[in-house]
Design a protein around this ligand. Structure first.
Ligand SMILES: Nc1nc2c(ncn2[C@@H]2O[C@H](COP(=O)(O)OP(=O)(O)OP(=O)(O)O)[C@@H](O)[C@H]2O)c(=O)[nH]1
Length: 295
């Protein structure tokens, strides 16, 4: 059997989370149309007869000196150095400018084999493909350069073939049925965060985080009770999340409920979802440490 850890890196919104979800066939990491929705290094695990690949979904690499983005860069760099293989994803529908150069300069310093991937092949023009391949030739020492559409599941098998080719022989690190080692509370909070961002994308870009306060099981009744808070920075933002007559929070709850329910098959679920404000959570180290749980 082969086994390898794979760090997935690329600019925000290149489709890292979508690809990991397609490969792992399970929602492990949130996807949203706005950039920088992934703040944590999350693992998706793929196992078949060839062996096991453990994916680290590194946060979108972003050039900025805000506290939150500095932490993202640290996580990216340490995840890369710890992995066996790097999967470098490019979205060639957008110009490959200084952010791409910053990533490739980091990649040149890490001694790990790199599979470079032109994602979103479903919408790429021939010229865009040519330009991206030229950029890669000039800037990145790739073991392979591939094309795929994570969204449509096209070319994804070839990505797996390339990764298994580079993986070394070894024991599986996780059981065959595992698809993620994320803690339950974290998975639930990510689902709620995704639903909130998707619904309120224009009004509240990235000023929320979600805390799962309690999860209670009742084995006799086969029921689960989850209490979670959507936390905003300012009091005034609470109203946006709640919406007119509670319209928004009801929709977030309904969407999140459907997905959280899948985590507890056979049990009834009660989801108690509330909104509260916590000033300046984005500069609060304790909150940041909680969010940036590195592996
Ligand atoms: N056309 C097309 N769109 C895609 C593809 N993969 C992802 N997308 C879209 O690109 C957007 C960003 O996808 P994500 O998977 O969230 O991107 P990400 O790289 O994880 O983003 P961050 O978390 O911000 O770093 C979403 O709107 C996806 O639907 C693809 O193969 N083809």
């Amino acid at each position: 059997m082969k086994c390898a850890t794979v760090s997935v890196i690329g600019r925000p919104s290149v489709g890292k989370s979508t690809l990991i979800n397609t490969i792992c066939e399970m929602k492990v990491s949130i996807t949203a149309p706005t950039p920088q929705t992934t703040r944590n290094a999350i693992r998706g695990i793929y196992t078949d007869q060839r062996g096991q690949l453990i994916f680290t979904d590194t946060p979108g690499y972003h050039l900025s000196d805000k506290t939150i983005n500095k932490r993202m860069q640290d996580i990216t760099i340490s995840a890369l150095s710890d992995s066996d293989i790097i999967l470098y994803i490019i979205d060639a529908t957008r110009a490959l400018k200084e952010e791409e150069e910053a990533i490739s300069s980091i990649l040149s310093k890490v001694k790990v084999p790199i599979v470079s991937l032109l994602n979103k092949s479903d919408v790429l023009t021939d010229d865009q493909k040519k330009d991206a391949k030229f950029f890669l030739e000039q800037n990145v020492k790739s073991a392979e350069v591939l094309e795929c559409s994570g969204l449509n599941d096209e070319g994804v098998d070839e990505v797996l073939i390339a990764l298994f080719k580079l993986a070394k022989e070894g024991e599986l690190l996780y059981s065959e049925n595992a698809y993620t080692d994320q803690p339950l509370e974290f998975r639930i909070s990510e689902i709620i965060r995704e639903k909130t961002i998707n619904l309120l994308t224009d009004e509240l870009p990235h000023v929320i985080y979600v805390e799962v306060a309690d999860i209670e099981y009742n084995e006799e009744e086969q029921s689960v009770w989850v209490r979670a808070f959507i936390i905003t920075e300012r009091d005034g933002q609470k109203g946006i999340i709640v919406g007119k007559g509670g319209e928004n929070i009801k929709r977030i709850r309904k969407e999140a409920f459907k997905e959280i329910k899948k985590i507890f098959p056979g049990s009834t679920l009660q989801l108690d979802l509330r909104v509260k404000a916590q000033a300046k959570w984005r500069n609060n180290q304790i909150v940041l440490d909680k969010i940036f749980r590195t592996l």
